[in-house]
Ligand binder design. Structure first.
Ligand code: ADP
Ligand code: MG
Length: 479
């Protein structure tokens, strides 16, 4: 236990935490007689902001947690809500708080300290943390989701029969939508989250999930691949389809939070025969579930998503546990950005007219799709994930909110919002100017489009408050 006092050349290459800026050349310069480099010889990004290696029971040969005895020295590079929320008083109040599984404030803030560009910057190590550290978590949640956890209740609704998808919408989506995808995180109560997990936690989680997968039948039946024993052929197959995890790097959330320890042990990927149902095991959360298919049949994708979610719930219960969930924060996991439903329902939709405007000289016109999407609580992304370009005018458009709305409400908002976006695309194609489009979205919804935009009956009246306070959707990079 305790921190490695020095680093071998092999470890400096192999483990993200031990990377030496300057690589081999720098290593040669710094190495001592025994051929290793003492940790205090180089600028260790993990120690740069005032922490030290005190030894943590969760330390592994490839990763050491940092302890902060006093508040980290935050600089202007620290962009996270954690850094903005953590005052010296709050630090003092929470610094000796520890969950029964041994997760501390230092553990929780570490990734936000060493990876200062992150937007959230704080992680939970187990279910208990959400309550123990709520003085820090709740303001972060408020800043990210515009949701007041002290006074609000989060609804859950996984009943696909409640979705309204009219024949007219079906026809429109068939024309414009290339594919649909819905994903969310699920974690199993009783096991530490990947940020705080022991080997036994990871193995236990994998065991429960393997049972889930082997119990799936019909359309959902498929194969589980262990990340550590993939053949080259399997790796290629999974990579080509975009099913494989990102490898943890020196500067991403997973590494900085200790969630990449003992990589790739007990990590894996499941997919059904048709590759329309997928699950990731022990990446950032215990499980990420994904339902996807070609075309724009949203009810079909959502229905499969609900089946997958229910199967994991049933399997957890068969193992005398349950999914991490409470009525204040909904589904609980590692990162505050994925609380609530944790659901992102996206369509790849072809919008050539909006795409033409992306290269406009006029800033407002360039941002027209962004503006239009924001008006319907939607977020546009490029065709290869966050921060990518829209190849062939193909955009990934999804719900922006995660918390305070049920799954049904969010998928319905996506359906109705995308319907409106497509109507506006058609108006542009018929010669409408960007100014005319902006004028249309400035009007109340009923006036602008009478049909097909009705909100579900159970939508709470307080929607607007949550929406207004939501931040400009700057999701954590590399998730
Ligand atoms: P998330 O955070 O939901 O996992 P990302 O933006 O990181 O989403 O994208 C993950 C991958 O999923 C990317 O390769 C992206 O192109 C793909 N993807 C997202 N939405 C769809 C969709 N509707 N159809 C097909 N692929 C999609
Ligand atoms: Mg992502």
């Amino acid at each position: 236990m305790g921190a490695a006092a020095s680093v071998s050349q092999e470890d400096a290459k192999k483990y993200p935490q031990y990377h030496i800026l300057g690589g081999d050349a720098e290593f040669e310069k710094l190495k001592g007689e025994d051929g290793t480099v003492a940790r205090d010889k180089y600028q260790d990004p993990y120690l740069k902001y005032g922490g030290s290696y005190k030894g943590d029971p969760k330390d592994t040969p490839d990763f050491n947690y940092v302890t902060f005895e006093s508040i980290p020295t935050f600089g202007p590079e620290h962009k996270s809500l954690m850094a903005k929320t953590l005052t010296p008083e709050l630090f003092e109040k929470l610094k000796d708080v520890k969950s029964s599984k041994g997760y501390t404030l230092s553990n929780a803030i570490m990734t936000g300290v060493v990876t200062p560009h992150l937007g959230v910057g704080v992680t939970a190590g187990d279910e208990e943390c959400w309550d123990l550290f709520k003085d820090l978590f709740y303001p972060v949640i408020k800043g990210w989701h515009g949701y007041d956890a002290a006074t609000s209740k989060h609804p859950m609704d996984l009943d696909p029969s409640k979705l309204v998808f009219t024949d007219e919408q079906k026809e429109t989506f068939n024309k414009y939508v290339v594919s649909t995808r819905i994903r969310a995180a699920r974690n199993i109560s009783g096991f530490s989250l990947p940020t705080g997990a022991t080997e036994a936690d990871r193995a236990g989680v994998e065991e429960v999930l393997k049972q889930t997968f082997s119990g799936l039948s019909g359309e959902l039946a498929g194969t589980y691949y262990e990340l550590g024993s993939l053949t080259e052929e399997q790796t290629k197959f999974l990579l080509e389809r975009g099913f494989l995890f990102q490898i943890p790097t020196a500067r991403n959330l997973l590494t900085g939070a200790g969630a990449a320890r003992s990589w790739p042990n007990n990590r894996g990927i499941f997919h059904n025969e048709a590759q329309t149902a997928l699950a990731w095991v022990n990446e950032e959360d215990h499980c990420r579930i994904i339902s996807m298919e070609l075309g724009g049949n949203i009810p079909s994708v959502f229905s499969r998503f609900c089946d997958l979610s229910n199967a994991i719930k049933a399997s957890a219960e068969a193992n005398n546990t349950k999914l991490m969930w409470n009525e204040t924060l909904g589904f609980l996991g590692t990162c505050p950005s994925n609380l609530g439903t944790g659901l992102r329902a996206s369509v790849m939709v072809v919008l050539p007219e909006f795409n033409k405007l992306m290269s406009s000289e006029n800033h407002a016109d360039k941002e027209l799709l962004e503006t239009v999407c924001a008006a319907f609580d939607l977020q546009p992304r490029g065709s290869a994930g966050e921060h990518s370009a829209a190849e062939g005018g193909k955009f990934d458009v999804s719900n922006k909110q995660r918390l305070g709305f049920s799954e049904v409400q969010l998928v319905q908002k996506m359906i109705d919002g995308v319907t409106r976006v497509i109507e506006l695309e058609q108006k542009l194609a018929a010669g409408a100017t960007p100014d005319e489009i902006r004028a249309i979205i400035a009007k109340p919804a009923e006036e602008a489009a009478p049909a097909a935009t009705e909100a579900p009956a159970e939508a709470p009246a307080a929607d607007a408050a949550a929406t207004e306070a939501a931040p400009a959707a700057t999701e954590e990079p590399a998730k």
